[in-house]
Design a protein around this ligand. Structure first.
Ligand code: ADP
Length: 365
């Protein structure tokens, strides 16, 4: 947290401590501009610390509750101890925050402690998910790099030795097998890196309905072989969303493949696409993938979006974490829930690009 008055080394230590806290911390100056924000909150909000410093808080965290951040009146001494709740939009995402605020001496500054931050729609916890995603992401990037370098050396040497052998020499085939295995390792590392640092992609206006259709068409054979009946409920004339089409396809594909794996005995797969408006007058295009499998077991519910978490012997546990990362990077979200009648429903949503025609069409309805 920059701008804390203390000698440099002490200040640095202080900043590290504040950043290491699980609680989000925000300091507003007397003009209600962001004077400091710790790492936990910047990550939870999905904002860049440098970008928000010095900006009016209302510009960063947009809420209908005006002046939510002020300490409660008439509670001097114990002021700001009470935990309150506020809903608002930050970095295009609607969140619900549980927080308390207190005045900082006579400076007019306010200290806000955010204890809990959840996605307003799903009540899905934001803090812990992002934390784990980032730290494991960094870890995998490092591991991938460390392995990739020596691997390139090994590959070059094997290729060189193979080139020295005469055609027809059986050892040549052995070395080809080694090369194939090396390629496999290379592929795993590429996937890991994709997870750790998804390529920026090329976001363009995209029709999610088309993407869903394409995925279902591509998997038609596999669905049939698995005795899965498909119900498509894809609304026509949906607004477009801004997303890299390949990445959006990857998300929908992951969800449908997970659904197939959740129904080893066959069943019904429902794939829907539709427009959803929220209380905050925001609009999202949702792709919902529903299966009739056994649902997500209670004890793993909290973990399914964690990288490397899998309950399948052949799983990598990266599908949902990569998908969540893609959704968030495009200002959207990915949530999961179990259905009362059994089975699981996954919702992939991205902000809708509303056009005046679509807005007008809605008025007429
Ligand atoms: P993987 O498919 O490699 O296991 P994912 O990240 O895609 O990795 O999924 C993580 C875990 O989430 C799965 O191992 C499974 O336990 C659970 N899961 C995902 N989709 C479903 C579903 N449709 N129904 C039940 N459980 C699911």
């Amino acid at each position: 947290m920059p701008r804390v008055e203390a000698p440099d080394t002490e200040r640095e230590l202080f900043e590290h401590v504040l950043d290491a806290l699980d609680t989000g911390l925000l300091v507003l100056d007397q003009d209600r501009r962001v004077a400091a924000i710790n790492d936990t909150l910047a990550r939870g909000w999905g904002v860049d610390r440098e970008d928000v410093m010095g900006r009016p808080v209302a510009e960063v965290f947009d809420s209908e509750a005006e002046r939510w951040y002020l300490p409660e009146r008439g509670t001097r001494g114990e002021q700001g101890r009470a935990t309150r709740e506020v809903r608002g939009t930050v970095a295009e995402r609607e969140v619900l925050m549980r927080y308390s605020s207190s005045g900082l001496g006579d400076s007019g500054a306010v200290l806000i402690r955010i204890e809990d931050l959840v996605d307003a729609d799903s009540e899905e916890e934001v803090f812990r998910n992002t934390e784990r995603l980032i730290s494991l992401g960094e870890l995998s990037a490092r591991v991938a790099h460390e392995i990739r370098n020596p691997l390139t050396g090994v590959r070059t040497t094997v290729q060189f030795v193979a080139s020295k052998l005469r055609a027809g020499d059986s050892r040549r085939d052995d070395l080809q097998d080694v090369l194939k295995e090396l390629d496999r390792i290379e592929q795993i590392i590429t996937d890991l890196l994709l997870f750790a640092r998804p390529q920026a992609g090329r976001p363009v206006p995209t029709d999610l309905r088309e993407i869903a259709e394409k995925v279902l068409d591509n998997l038609a054979r596999r669905l049939e072989d698995a005795s899965i009946e498909v119900e498509r409920d894809l609304d026509e004339g949906l607004p477009e969303v801004t997303v890299d089409p390949d990445m959006a396809q990857q998300v929908v594909l992951n969800l449908v493949i997970n659904a197939i794996q959740a129904m080893p005995e066959g069943g019904t797969l429902k794939v829907g696409a539709g427009l959803r408006r929220t209380r905050y007058k925001k609009a999202y295009v949702d792709v919902v993938v529903v299966d009739s499998g056994s649902g997500i077991p209670e004890e793993v519910k909290e973990k399914i979006f964690d990288p490397f978490f899998t309950t399948r012997s052949m799983g990598t546990g990266l599908g949902l974490s990569i998908s969540l990362q893609i959704a968030r990077e495009h200002g959207g979200n990915l949530t999961a829930r179990n259905l009362a009648q059994g089975g699981a429903a996954f919702r992939f949503s991205l902000p809708a690009l509303l056009t005046p025609e679509i807005e007008e069409g809605r008025e007429e309805k």
